[in-house]
Design a binder for this molecule. Sequence first.
Ligand SMILES: Cc1cc2nc3c(=O)[nH]c(=O)nc-3n(C[C@H](O)[C@H](O)[C@H](O)COP(=O)(O)OP(=O)(O)OC[C@H]3O[C@@H](n4cnc5c(N)ncnc54)[C@H](O)[C@@H]3O)c2cc1C
Length: 347
Amino acid sequence: MKIGIIGAGIIGLQVAYKALSRGIDVTVYEQASELGFGASGHNAGVLHVLQPPFINRKARLAKKANPLYDKLSEELGFRVRRLPLYLVYTSRKGKFLGSLASYLLRTTGYKTSLASRNEVLGNCPELSSDVIGGVKVEGYGTVMPREVLWALAKGVEEKGGVVKYSTKVELLENNSSKICVKHSNYSECHDRVVVAAGAGAANLVSKDLPRIGYYKGVMVYVKLDCNAIIAPLISSSRSKKTKGGGIIPLPDGRVLLGPSFEETRNPWDTSVSPEEIAGTVNLYSYLLPSMPEVLGADAGTRAKNMSRDDFYINKKGRIILTAGIDSPGFTASPLIADILLRLATSL
Ligand SMILES: Cc1cc2nc3c(=O)[nH]c(=O)nc-3n(C[C@H](O)[C@H](O)[C@H](O)COP(=O)(O)OP(=O)(O)OC[C@H]3O[C@@H](n4cnc5c(N)ncnc54)[C@H](O)[C@@H]3O)c2cc1C
C-alpha cells in the first residue's frame, strides 16, 4: 500500500512513522523548505494531562497519548522533561475551588492532590508569596517541539520513507483506483492520501470541512528558576482561548510564559510585537514579584474547529482528512495518527 501525506507537522510525521513500522510505503509532502513551519514548530511543548472540558474525545486522546512520549523519546532520542502542574491560587475563594477541583478530578481518574504554599514555592521559588497553594496534577511533561519533529523525520527517513520539502500540494484528484496529489508541474498517485496540512487544510479541501478559525498564540521565553508548570486556577484573562497557558519550564532550561491567544486571519502568523510580549508577560505578572529577564519570544497559529470543541477527523473516499487540530494536538498526535492509519487502511 502507498500513502501520500500532506504536511510534515507532528500529525503527518507521526502517521508516516507508524505507517512505515507496519510496512506501508509513505511519501510526505511539505510546502516549506524545512520542518517546523506550522503549529508543530511554534508551540508551548506541553505534554498535557488536563484539558477542559476533560471528558471529550480530544481531552481523552491527550491524556492517553501523553505517556507514549517516554517510549518514543527513547526510540528517537529527543528530550522529555517530566514535571508536575500546579494550578495555583492567591485567595481563600481559590483555595475552596481548588479543594473541590482536586476532589472532582481525583474521582474522574486524575492524580491530583492539594499542595501547600511551601510545596509550590519549593518547586518554583521565584513565585510571588501571594500564592497560598495549588492543586498538584501529576503526569505532565515538556518537550522541545522542533527537536521532536527533527527526530521523527530522521526516523521516517531511516525506515525508508520519503519527505519532500518545498513541495506544496495544490490539488487532489481521484482517478479510477488512485488518489493523485498535484504539485508544481506534476502529480503522483497513491492508494490513500492523508491531509495533515494544519492551517493549510481549508485551501485543499474547503468544501468538506467545518468552519475553521485561526488563533495566534504568543510565547515569551524568560530566565526563571522553576521545576513545575504553574498555571492560575482562575485565569486572569477573559478570553476562553487562553486556556492552557502558564509558566512552563522547557527541557533546555528556559521557562516559557504563555501562550496568550488572539484570533487572526493569517493562518501562518508567527509575528510578535513588543506590545504582544508585554501583554503576555502581564498575564502572569501577578504570580511573579518582579519581571524576569526576557530571553526571546515566538508565536504560532493554530487552526480551530469552530463547530465543536474537538479535532476534525474524517474520511472521504480515498482521502483521510484532519483539520482544526488545536491544543492539545501535539500531545494527542500518537493516537490521532493511529486513528488516521486505521481509516487509511480500512476499505
Ligand atoms: C502557540 C501554540 C501553543 C500550543 N501549545 C501546545 C502544547 O503545549 N501542547 C500541545 O499538545 N499542543 C499545543 N498546541 C497545538 C499543537 O501545536 C497543534 O495541535 C499541532 O502542532 C498541529 O499539528 P499539525 O501537524 O496538524 O499542523 P502543523 O504543525 O501546522 O503542520 C501542517 C504542515 O502542513 C504543511 N502544509 C500545509 N499546506 C500544505 C500543502 N498544501 N502542501 C504541502 N504542505 C502543506 C505546513 O507547512 C505544515 O508544516 C499549540 C499550538 C499553538 C499555536
